[in-house]
Design a protein around this ligand. Structure first.
Ligand code: 6PG
Length: 265
């Protein structure tokens, strides 16, 4: 990674969304200046909705014909399902801005075969990014959330997707949810120019402290009570594994989420 994560401590959730929106605007201008396009992988869940609403409210700032929207992950549901990350973004952003339909790359999660959906999405990414074999696409911006268990995108603790080193997109079985999730893999997240976490609310305070300030190694007892001293805490907190090789990680956190962090220097 090109350096330590940037941690932007904001007061309210709206301050967080504004700070993140300002960063998106800055990144859009740089990407369009340098590459005549801006590629972003949107996050799901609920937190990003405030950012998407703000981006839509400032739609005239963006060169939508040069903006290309993707998703970092998707639930294994159709696009009109209340659980769909696409549906959330469609309602909060896509339906309110003049982004050309051909610039929106939805994960085809309606496919009953999650592996086929992941493979199809990967093919659409390979066609768009046109990188050499063995390389990974560099999104200009990847938006991420943080789950209470330390997951990000659909990279959940101790799931198979964490070990994926070659595929760009996989269908990740999440036992505790009893479902597949379709997700970008760590090599893709770590090829990003900017990976930006949005973390809001007191329910994220404990996990944010663990991810940013927790011990590097955890002792972990297996079912026989044997301590697995080599267990790397990062596998327990997948968000820690987001370390872009040459890009940067930015954490946008509000006061409630930051309430268990050490005081800012
Ligand atoms: C998803 C997201 C997931 C999310 C976190 C935080 O599909 O749900 O990709 O990684 O970002 O679970 O979700 P909240 O923002 O709703 O707390």
């Amino acid at each position: 990674m090109s350096g330590a994560p940037e941690i932007h401590r904001l007061t309210t959730p709206q301050d967080l969304f504004q700070a993140a929106a300002d960063e998106v605007i800055r990144a859009v201008k740089q990407a369009v200046r340098e590459r005549n396009r801006f590629t972003i992988a949107l996050a799901g869940g609920s937190t990003p909705k405030g950012l998407y609403t703000l981006l839509a409210a400032n739609a005239d700032v963006f060169p939508w014909d040069r903006m290309f929207l993707f998703w970092g992950d998707e639930r294994h549901v159709p696009p009109n399902d209340p659980q769909s990350n696409f549906r959330m973004a469609q309602e909060a952003l896509l339906s309110r801005v003049p982004v050309p339909a051909q610039n929106v790359f939805r994960i085809p999660a309606e496919n009953p075969d999650a592996n086929a959906a992941a493979a199809a999405y990967e093919q659409s990414l390979r066609k768009f990014f046109d990188v050499h074999e063995g390389e990974f696409p560099s999104f200009d911006f990847i938006l991420l959330g943080l789950g209470p268990d330390g997951h990000t995108a659909s990279l959940f603790p101790e799931t198979a997707a964490l070990e994926e080193k070659t595929c760009w997109v996989v269908a990740n079985w999440v036992e505790k949810l009893r479902t597949h999730r379709i997700t970008l893999t760590l090599p893709v997240l770590n090829a990003a120019r900017i990976a930006a976490f949005l973390v809001s609310g007191t329910d994220k305070a404990a996990i944010l402290h663990q991810v940013l300030e927790g011990k590097d190694k955890d002792e972990d007892e297996d079912e026989d009570g044997n301590k697995d001293k080599d267990k790397d805490a990062d596998e327990k907190y997948p968000a820690r594994l987001v370390r872009p090789k040459s890009g940067k990680v930015i954490w946008f956190v509000d006061r409630a989420a930051a309430s268990e962090l050490a005081p800012a220097a």
